[in-house]
Design a protein around this ligand. Sequence first.
Ligand SMILES: Nc1ncnc2c1ncn2[C@@H]1O[C@H](COP(=O)(O)OP(=O)(O)OP(=O)(O)O)[C@@H](O)[C@H]1O
Ligand SMILES: [Mg+2]
Length: 465
Amino acid sequence: MNPAMSSELADVARLEDIVDRQALGEVCLSFFELFALPIRVFSTDGTLLTDVHDEQAVCRYVNTFSSGRTACSGLVADVRRLDPSEGPIDHPCFTGASYRIVPILYQGRRLGRFVVGPYVPAERREVPRSLLVIDPGVDPETARDALGQMPRVRLETVERITAHLGKVLDLILFSGHRAFLTTEMHVASVRENYRALTEKAARLQDAYDQLRELDRLKSNFLATVSHELRTPLTSIIGYSDMLAAGVVGSLNEEQAAFVETIRGRGDHLLALITGLLDMNKLEQGKVSLARQPMQARDLLEDVARTILPSAIKKGVTVSAVCPDDVPPLLVDPVRIKQVLFNLVENALKFTPKGGSVRLAARRTELDAPDDGGGMGLVLMAPGRPAVELSVQDSGVGIPPHEHAKIFSAFYQVDGSATREHGGTGLGLAIAHRLVEAHGGTLTVESAPGEGATFRVVLPEQDGAA
Ligand SMILES: Nc1ncnc2c1ncn2[C@@H]1O[C@H](COP(=O)(O)OP(=O)(O)OP(=O)(O)O)[C@@H](O)[C@H]1O
Ligand SMILES: [Mg+2]
């Protein structure tokens, strides 16, 4: 515990903070019922915390005179103002009654006071002159009667009663103080935890801001470098094209092969740079989608047509199947074709001669998005109507433990097939992000030697965000 906290706990500022009001009220009431002595408890600043009394006959009588009312309220004000800092005070009233004002001490500190009275001291025999002169109309007989109806107690008895009440109050204070300390300690520890958490949150925010800044710098760097690389690369590809076409004279076989290699590597580099730029834009959320209603059949057939020449060349069959009940999609056709093309390109790349690549569409459902409410909510939420576009091949397949990894940038399953076929390892990472940007999902199902099926699930046109 820090020093500031402990000194705060030691400071019991106000009686009303630590005393149990109900217990205080009950104790005073039982004293009143036992001894018929009115009791009032005040805190240091004069706040009345408990008040048990009966209206006394003499007070009622005095209050029938206007000068009596003035004197009475003056006296009450005096009693409230009196400060028993040196010990209990016995304060006489002009009626002949008396009040005893006792300090409430706790651990050497004054927390308030209690007032017992008015009562008539047992030794008083006569109606005092101070009562008789309060008004010319005061009748000595009535005054004597009224005074006679008041509790009559010997001073020593009052002293004993007040001492006893003082001890009981001490007990109430002690237990109240313990509860107060416990609460204060609890509050202090919650406050301390909150402070520590706030500090941690601030440090995390700092780290997050720094990372964001670094990420921004990295993205800017990547964008600039990629852009700067692309310009000379376009020239390299363009000039090697011209050389291959014999624009500046015909090439012998060896020269043509060299130029072909330059061209091939150039293309690879261009694909890599374009991929990097795409990834960068996707990571920054800078890719805007030009959505429009699209028929799944058109998308599949278009992609199948594009890949057909390479498939024929490789000896792999390509088919596209789309039932009539598949509803239209609201997607960016260029981006979704990019996704499908990548999947089909992969399928073809990893399927040996004689194999097949099948594109298909069907109606399905998309899980409701997980808003952090936990599994239960996701399971209970109704699925949204969706369309699944799948690319299935009969190729080499992917071991299950690689399934999650192939969607990471630059990851390629370590095998001879990958090495044989090259590629940058960005295709699936980009496809995955593009599908997510459409509010859909991209998943894989595959086992070694059993081919692979990639499924793109996109919300139906009506459900698309
Ligand atoms: N249909 C598939 N069959 C078997 N393996 C696959 C298939 N599709 C992807 N893979 C594995 O996942 C890896 C990552 O695929 P991805 O498309 O991201 O990269 P790539 O095809 O190697 O390169 P790029 O697409 O950037 O030219 C591939 O290298 C391959 O190992
Ligand atoms: Mg690929």
